[in-house]
Write a protein that binds this ligand. Sequence first.
Ligand SMILES: CN(C)CCSCc1cc(N)cc2c(=O)[nH]c(N)nc12
Length: 376
Amino acid sequence: MKFTLQAEDIASKARAGVLETAHGNIQTPIFMPVGTAGTVKAVHQHELVEDIQAQIILGNTYHLYLRPGLDVLHKAGGLHKFNHWDGPILTDSGGYQVYSLTEVRKIREEGVTFRSHIDGSKHLFTPENVMDTQRIIGADIIMAFDECTPYPCEYSYARKSLDMTHRWLKRCVDRFDSTESLYGYEQTLFPIVQGSVYKDLREKSAEVIASFNRDGNAIGGLSVGEPAEEMYAMTEVVTNILPQDKPRYLMGVGTPINILENIALGIDMFDCVMPTRNARNGMLFTQNGIINIKNEKWKADFSPIEAESDLLVDQIHTKAYLRHLIRSQEILGAQIASLHNLHFYLWLVKQAREKIIDGTFYDWKEKMVKVLGQRL
Ligand SMILES: CN(C)CCSCc1cc(N)cc2c(=O)[nH]c(N)nc12
């Protein structure tokens, strides 16, 4: 999988590039909408997702393995066929979802045992079988099986967990490199840097991950409750060590401000549930700051959701109407607010890419960071 750097900012570590996949090219920096169970929540018609120019969507091994299950996905010819999405797909390896979605789980050298959050049945994920699972799902970019350490966690726990994540990575690479894609197109495996918030562990993990020389590298273990300054400090340590010529994916990040600050630290790929999860709750991200649409002040405001936006729903619907839908818990409210937030995130990273290319990124970023945190 080829990554071409097109521009590098002079006042920061920001880059613009293109990642070529079997299902199309990805222009970076990129935000990847989270399609947990094979669909982007509340935005189920993919034509709509295309409408917001989403270039890649994320799937989840944990969810897809449990439902619809591997036999259905294999018979369908993979997730692209199953959910009629012919763009690139990235799937997470499942460890994080086991850690965040289930109570009953045991982490052992062999792998992780857990009970399904759907029917309580018992399962075991290992580095080997999550590689086989992601082969069957058929994502273009698949993630190594890692342990995402909680925040906070003791140094000794972080170090032991890191060493196991590195041993698991070796098992993932051995399994992945000894199996073929099932559907005739190239898939690629990204390893994941861990090390919690400890500088020396992050340096060690970044060096180990870089040594595998894969097509791209991910940074995990962040956006798990640590203060933003800790996230930025660890990202800076790791991007100073990861190779310049490979894309860097910061997992689970983040707010619009987090994204701009991490682009300036050399991150190329992002994913986060925030735009859709917060949308369902009426929190709208806009170019002028954050709107809590449930607030009384929008009750009779008949201005468009966002006048500057080129998204159709932002033009034809008013703040008052969207407030009414969200307060009435109408599905349409979740759909409009989700579309709006996804469109905003995609607009933000597209703007960043354009500013990096024309050399004005740093000043633009400083101005945007001041505005994006404002409550309207
Ligand atoms: C669809 N998305 C919600 C899933 C992709 S991002 C999930 C995710 C988020 C965060 N914050 C940390 C980690 C991590 O350390 N490891 C893995 N494998 N996944 C992670």
